[in-house]
Design a protein. Sequence first.
Lengths: 301, 538
Amino acid sequence: MKLSITILLTTLAACTGTARAKLNVVTTLADYAAIAREIGGDHVEITSMAKPTEDPHFVDARPSFVVKLRAADILIEGGAELEVGWLPPLLQTARNSKLETGAVGRVQASEGIRLLDVPATLSRAAGDVHASGNPHFMIDPIIAKAVAAHIARAFATADPANAASYVTNEKKFESTIDAKLQEWGKALLPFRGQHLAAYHDDWLYFARRFGFEVDVFLEPKPGVPPSPKHLAEVIGQIKSVHIKAILVEPFHNRKIAEKVASSTGAHVVDGAQYPEALPNTATYVQLIDVLVARLTTALKN
Amino acid sequence: MSISKTISAFLTIVLISSRLDAAEPALVPASNEAIQQQLLEMQKGIQDMQSRHQAEIDALKKQLADQQTVIDSLKQNPPGSPVPPVPTEGKPSPGDPPPAFPTTDPTLVPDSVGVLPTNNPPASGSTTPGNLFPTTDPSVVTNGPVAGLLPGLSTSSGPPGVGGAKGSYLNMSFDAVFAGAASTDPNLGSLEVGDHDPQQRGFNARNIELALDGAVDPYFEGFANIVFKLDNNNETSVEVEKAFGQTTSLPYGLQAKGGQFFSPFGRLNPTHPHTWDFVDAPLVNGLMLGPDGLRGVGAQIAWVIPAPFYAQALLAVQNGQGGTAYSFRNPGEDGTFYGRQTIDRQTDGLSDMAITPRLEASFDLSPTQTILGGVSAAFGPNDTGENCRTQIYGVDLFYKWKPANAEGGWPFVKWQSEAMFRRYEAGHGLDESFPVAETFHDWGAYSQVVWGFHKGWAAGLRGDYMHMEPSDITDDPQRQSRYRLSTDLTWYPSEFSKLRLQYNHDMLESTDFEPSRDEDSVFLMYEFSLGAHGAHKY
């Protein structure tokens, strides 16, 4: 008992100690965490709430997140209703005035980003659509740069002592992406204009950047599970436009994609939108590297 | 949209192919004839597209030129410089120079500029001259050609960005629950102890709810749930289930709340029926905290304890008066409770109120498993006699497993249990009219497991027990000890609707006044919700 109390006190002391030394950053999703890590380097302590393999729309509001949010200096969220099902009650319980809407510590990545697919008519008959537009924008490296700049600016404002370091790291991230864009662009050039299928409609920003048309979806409407009738139509479409790849994410039902693949000759490509969801994708650049490599392999066949 | 997509793709390809043709042969793998063949095909396609879209492109170019003129004129008259006199009557003739005061504002129509990304001059200097593929794209940000997110530039100066724009000052949602019921008991209300539970055979509409919330100002946020109920004669009754304001910016993890709200007792009591996993309330909740749940007008303070794990202490003080304070100052139906004619107890001080303290804590057992537990109590006087008081104590435990690659929240396993003990001093009633005073020691518990076995589907099993201390004087049928076994199957077509089929087996034990009996009931529930996306607490 005495021992456990000592451990508890030591942990408490350790927690308060690190909180003072480093900028305490909490992100809703793993992609923001990966970029925040590149910008913040050793000056920040980063926690991502959602697991990289998890459906970002349906994260459980675990009470342990309240503890993280309570101690946070900065919260990075996507906004645009992506986290609307789980973040508000956490913030209500955490009561951290640093993270209030409009505060320096509240970074809404979608702010200033022009979202695609903003529904002209808002109706849930269209499935799980987002009023502000499609929130899966981070998979476009050029948008990732804009968000990195946003994060760097927030870090620099919250921690002026290390502002120079944040700006330098952000420039480094930008030039890495610029160089990588040439590499990725070249690798995907032969397949430009091709059509792809996906389980869920969240690849449109990637498609726009690299010149694909992702326009066949296994889900009949966003968030609605595939029905046999819809899958029959999908199989027909895949055959008629000679689609070679079906993109699925770790939280999707891969068996359904496999069934479609086996009856069409297309390949299931295990993709992901979040770093660390696939092997060897600790950073954002590595994630795009792996996606480009997997797509190239699938499309070459 | 498809035209603009095609145009942007086209322009990208034009840019790339011209570069390829002109200066950079080293970038084309010499051996790869397939690629060259594809490029040729693409160029052919481009020519087709060119002829098809020439008209649109010309129109857009003209629009861009117009906007450039406006921008130039703005540059000549930057904001802050004296505004030249606005031309008086009359439109400028076609030959006139552009008007000094702008007559159009390109920033008001974000998409007309944004769809032509790649051949716009880069917004910042980050594209190096040798780059084949674009590294900037002004269309991805909402502030037009100037990338608004670069340090030092305000994002708020431009038009309201779509991404940054928020809905309204008030989130509103509407939730309706309907249940069809069949039962061996003609008086279903004697079995179903919750006020929102089905109360009659046939159809029931016991919980039609309007929920509102929003930020009041920088200091408070407000919540309200107004419930409409149809009784067995289809008469509508309205209840202000909750309406309270709470602070948002108190220091030290504190939060104060004031208004009409659910007492923070246990896990189920502070929640709404549409978040429950079964059609009806557990026996302990209905028979101890009351058919309406324990709630009332009052104030609450909550404190998130600074510990390395989640821990929160809550303390509520409420009037504890009326039917929503069932075990406290409750005048009872027709002025009697547990056989006693109730007294009309006034509020003289804090000791006449219902006081509810609670302590809760949570731990992550693993990245996929979490437990949340709590201890609660509720203290206050009751109306069955002078100086009669009630104490209720409760423990609750919630466990949830959800794998790291859950789709839409499935699969999952939830296990939820609550146990309560009540000490109830039943007095002599109004004017000492009841022959004896008794002290009841009642206890009960429920435990339920819900398994989300397939996306959109969940199966549940619940066991319920309620022990009422026997009495040979008090003949209230509510004081009959009982068991219940429930099982249900729920289908969620989406997160905004559900269909639930439930079977209950009730076993009521005999008392000095009531025979024992077994009853079976089946419910089919349908629920829909409209409006703001509800967020779910753990």
